[in-house]
Design a protein. Structure first.
Length: 406
C-alpha cells in the first residue's frame, strides 16, 4: 500500500512539473521573430548594401529597437526568396535566420526616426539600417533554402543581359553614363552584360531577323536575339533641378524594364530615385537612381531564371520555307512531331505559308544540341512522298535557332 501511495503521489507531481516547465518555456519564448515586420527600401548602395527604414515594437525602447533590426532584414530576404518551395524551406529555419540578424546589418543611423508609446503600452520605434543582401543570400544558400548562384548557372548558364536605351532616352546627354552604370552594377552581381545602341544595331540586323518584325512588337528584342542575350533591359533617365536658398539641388529618376528576349515578354518594371541634394557631378545622382531601379527589377529577373531552370531551357525555333504545298505541309507536320519529341514543352507562336515559329523548353545543354536533335527528329518523322527536304540551320543564337527548308 505504501508503494501504491508513493506512486499515486509521484504521477501527479511529475505531471505538475511538466506543466510548469512548459509554461516557463512558453514565457521565455522561442527563437526571435519580428513583431511588426515593417521595412521599406530607401535606396540601394550597390550589390553589398541597401538602406531600409524599419519599424519595431517592444515593452521598452531597447526591445523595440531589437525588433526593428529583425524587421530590417526582411526587405533583403523578400528580394531573394521568390518561389513557394523557397518560402516553405525558409519557414523551417526562420528562427535561426532572425537570431543572426546582426550579422546582416552593416550600419545603422545614430538616431531614431521616431519613438511613440502605443495604446497597448508598448513602444514603437523607426530607424534606418544598412543591410547586406549578399550576406543574406549566402546564409540562405549555405542552408539549402535557395539554390546557390553557381547551381542555377550550372542548370542554365549565367544569363546574358543586354542594356538598351528607351526611344525617349536617345540623345540624352546622360544616356551613355546611365548604360555604363547599369553595366557596372550588373557585372558586380556576376551577370554577363552587353550594352547596345539601338539605332546602330538595327542597321546590322540580318535579313532573317528583319522578317520577324511583322510579329515581334519590340525591335529591341531583335537586337537582343542577334547578340545572343537571354534578357534585355531598356532604360530611361530624367534629372531635375531646383533652387533651394542659395544652392541648386538635383534629383535623378530612372525607369528600367526587363524583357524575355525570345518573346519580348515583360519580366518586370521599376523606377528608382536618387536622394535630392547639391552635387557638382550629376552623374552621381544618375548612378544612384539606376542602381535603385535595377535592384528592384532584378528580383523579377532572378525569379524568371529560377523558373526556367525548373521548366527546362527555353529556345525560340523559326523555320522558313514554302508550306503551301502537300510536301510543305508534310514538312511542317514533321517539324511539329520532331519538336514534341525533343522538347519537354512546345508552344506554337506563329504558322503562316512562309514561316513556322515555336517556343520550346528543352533539356539540351546548348543550342547546338537542339539543332542536332531537331534535324534528326525531323528526318525520322517526315511522312511525305520522296526524301525529306533538308532542314538547314541558317543562323544560331544562344536562345534562338533559325532554319530554312530546301
Amino acid at each position: 500500500m505504501k508503494s501504491n501511495r508513493i506512486n499515486g503521489w509521484l504521477i501527479p507531481t511529475l505531471s505538475l512539473a511538466l506543466v510548469i516547465g512548459m509554461t516557463v518555456a512558453a514565457c521565455a519564448g522561442g527563437p526571435p521573430k519580428p513583431n511588426l515586420q515593417q521595412s521599406t527600401l530607401i535606396e540601394s548602395l550597390g550589390p553589398d548594401g541597401v538602406r531600409v527604414k524599419a519599424a519595431g515594437e517592444g515593452k521598452d525602447a531597447g526591445k523595440a529597437l531589437d525588433d526593428a533590426r529583425l524587421s530590417a532584414i526582411i526587405y533583403a530576404k523578400d528580394q531573394i526568396i521568390t518561389t513557394p518551395e523557397e518560402r516553405a524551406a525558409f519557414a523551417a529555419k526562420e528562427g535561426d535566420f532572425y537570431s543572426n540578424a546582426k550579422q546582416f546589418i552593416t550600419a545603422e543611423d545614430a538616431d531614431l526616426l521616431s519613438r511613440v508609446k502605443q495604446p497597448n503600452g508598448k513602444i514603437r520605434v523607426e530607424k534606418i539600417f544598412v543591410v547586406n543582401p549578399m550576406k543574406v543570400q549566402t546564409w540562405l544558400s549555405d542552408r539549402g533554402i535557395i539554390a546557390a548562384k553557381k547551381e542555377i548557372a550550372g542548370a542554365l548558364g549565367n544569363p546574358i543581359i543586354m542594356v538598351l536605351p528607351e526611344e525617349a532616352a536617345k540623345g540624352q546627354q546622360w544616356a551613355g553614363f546611365a548604360a555604363t552604370a547599369i553595366q557596372r552594377h550588373l557585372t558586380a552581381k556576376r551577370y554577363e552584360v552587353k550594352v547596345a545602341d539601338q539605332a546602330q544595331n538595327m542597321q546590322s540586323l540580318t535579313g532573317a531577323l528583319r522578317d520577324l518584325k511583322g510579329h515581334l512588337d519590340d525591335v529591341a528584342a531583335l537586337i537582343a536575339m542577334q547578340s545572343g542575350a537571354d534578357i534585355y533591359i531598356k532604360y530611361n533617365v530624367d534629372v531635375t533641378a531646383r533652387q533651394m536658398g542659395s544652392d541648386t539641388v538635383g534629383k535623378a529618376s530612372a525607369t528600367v524594364n526587363a524583357f524575355e528576349t525570345t518573346t519580348a515578354r515583360a519580366l518586370g518594371s521599376a523606377t528608382g530615385f536618387s536622394r535630392e541634394r547639391s552635387v557638382s557631378d550629376r552623374n552621381i545622382l544618375i548612378e544612384e537612381a539606376v542602381v535603385d531601379a535595377i535592384d528592384k527589377v532584378l528580383n523579377n529577373v532572378d525569379a524568371y531564371w529560377k523558373e526556367d531552370a525548373v521548366n527546362g531551357i527555353q529556345y525560340r525555333i523559326l523555320v522558313a520555307g514554302d508550306f503551301t504545298t502537300q510536301k510543305g505541309r508534310a514538312v511542317r507536320d514533321a517539324i511539329v512531331r520532331g519538336l514534341r519529341q525533343i522538347a519537354k514543352t512546345t508552344k506554337p507562336i506563329l504558322s503562316t505559308d512562309k514561316t513556322q515559329d515555336f517556343q520550346i523548353w528543352g533539356t539540351q545543354k546548348d543550342y547546338f544540341e537542339v539543332k542536332d536533335a531537331l534535324q534528326d527528329a525531323y528526318a525520322k518523322n517526315f511522312k511525305g512522298a520522296g526524301p525529306a527536304p533538308e532542314l538547314i540551320d541558317e543562323q544560331l543564337f544562344s536562345k534562338m535557332l533559325m532554319f530554312k527548308v530546301e
